[in-house]
Design a protein around this ligand. Structure first.
Ligand code: AMP
Length: 449
């Protein structure tokens, strides 16, 4: 069995890892740490929850502590992250791992005053964790100098592109010095990421910790077919029946998240919303209450939830199924972190059955159906041969729905037969295929440089 010692980590880092309670390295750590220590570039297909922060932070810290440049500290490592929450968490991990090393690090992100960030920068830093907008702002104002960066980490690259950061990333790449070690982590590997990776990684090693394995192995999943109007009651029932102490509920919209928090409150369930419209203070407060256990339920939209790393999340509720299948994998990855198990409930109404088809196609797994609840609604079950994607609701289907209203509890769900089940690689939803083929391209591209 691989140990942290056998990966070649220094005794200072081994002490830090031990005090974090890590006994064995995770697969992404086993695969990334040795090549990074050798100075190689790494392209990692891994999502948050796999231990990827330590996979890059430990070797970066080790190499940096081998030599300490004379004079005032300057930024030697730059980590770009798409969201404030994730950036803050990475910085917090650097605190833990650098406990026995003389390294100064800081996180900067938008939505808060820049003054304390500027003060910290003026004192001198070794490692800067940043979101792209605030980083460029402070570079433009002359407060940040990245001209001597030795390590550049682009984290959650796919989310960066989804959030429209590509131009910012290119601007940063243009300012960075040519000689440096690069790391790119992404949960998925579509062609756009492969292109980006090919544009700045040199002779990189590609590591693939596929999200499907994480999804299927440790997380119990259930699908419940239901009318949209009944979702709230089902949610309240499960939270109360299962005495949920730490759960995340995902909604598609910010407005939906706010409304649900109010409704849960009416049912005497303490919940807080976390989404992009909330101020940084409100988000930090909600997350702190959730971490402490004062707030048992966090209602989140996808972007805000990226990188939420709270231990002991036992329940994930897909209150609304995501229209992007990969998002489902990210969401349920909030539970079952670092070797624990958890349960993920998916509430599927009749407008979302196509989303369910896409999700099951991606994870190559037919999620077990729980039809034993009082709100079971058979009309939401995907039809044989149904295509992935949103179902169009037309007048006749609405009429059908109404007719079916009375048959609510008389129906049982039938799992789809194997012949109806789309296989991985079928056209229409083959994202995992996408990932694989473009991954190959990407390593080719990067090796060519
Ligand atoms: P990350 O994917 O970096 O967000 O890490 C997910 C969680 O796993 C964090 O809470 C880490 O503290 C934890 N973790 C990272 N590496 C290990 C390990 N080798 N053993 C146990 N937990 C770990």
């Amino acid at each position: 069995m691989t140990t942290f010692e056998s990966l070649g980590l220094s005794k200072e880092l081994l002490r830090a890892v031990e005090s974090e309670g890590y006994t064995t390295p995770t697969p992404v750590q086993v695969q990334s740490i040795p090549p990074l220590l050798e100075g190689r570039d790494v392209l990692g297909v891994a999502q948050t929850g796999t231990g990827k922060t330590a996979a890059f932070a430990l070797p970066v810290l080790q190499i940096m502590s081998r030599s300490r440049p004379q004079g005032k500290r300057h930024i030697r490592a730059l980590i770009l992250s798409p969201t404030r929450e994730l950036a803050a968490q990475i910085d917090e991990r650097f605190s833990a791992y650098s406990e026995h090393i003389d390294i100064r690090h800081k996180v900067i992100f938008g939505g808060v005053s820049q003054n304390p960030q500027v003060k910290a920068l003026e004192k001198g830093l070794d490692i800067l964790v940043a979101t792209p907008g605030r980083l460029l702002d402070l570079i433009n104002q002359g407060h940040v100098d990245i001209s001597r960066v030795e390590f550049f980490v682009l984290d959650e690259a796919d989310r960066m592109l989804d959030m429209g950061f590509i131009r910012d990333i290119k601007k940063v790449l243009n300012i960075l010095p040519n000689r440096r070690q690069n790391l790119l982590f992404s949960a998925t590997m579509p062609a756009s990421i492969a292109d980006l990776a090919g544009s700045f990684l040199n002779n990189s090693i590609m590591i693939d910790v596929s999200p499907e394995e994480i999804t299927v192995d440790r997380i119990e999943q259930k699908i419940m077919f239901i009318r949209s109007v009944d979702k709230r009651r089902l949610l309240v029932k499960i939270i109360k029946d299962e005495n949920v102490k730490r759960g995340i509920v995902f909604t598609r919209t910010k407005h939906g998240a706010n409304r649900l928090v109010k409704q849960l409150d009416q049912s005497k369930i303490n919940a807080a919303a976390i989404h992009g419209n909330k101020s940084q203070g409100a988000r930090t407060k909600a997350l702190a209450g959730f971490k402490k256990g004062d707030i048992p339920i966090l209602v989140a939209t996808d972007i805000a939830s990226r990188g939420i790393d709270v231990e002991g999340i036992t329940h994930v509720f897909n209150y609304e199924l995501p229209n992007e299948p990969e998002v489902y994998v990210h969401r349920i990855g909030r539970t079952a972190r670092a070797g624990r198990s958890g349960i993920a409930y998916g509430f599927c109404d009749n407008s979302e059955s196509g989303y369910l088809v896409g999700i099951q196609q991606l994870i190559d797994y037919e999620i077990p159906v729980d039809a034993k609840h009082e709100f079971h609604f058979a009309a939401a079950i995907p039809k044989p041969g149904q295509k992935p994607g949103k179902m169009k609701e037309n007048k006749s289907s609405k009429k059908k729905q109404n007719n079916q209203k009375n048959s609510r509890n008389n129906t049982t769900s039938k799992p789809r037969s194997d012949s109806n089940r789309p296989k991985r690689g079928d056209s229409g939803g083959g994202r995992s295929n996408d990932r694989r083929s473009s991954g190959q391209n990407s390593s080719r591209g990067s090796n060519n440089r």
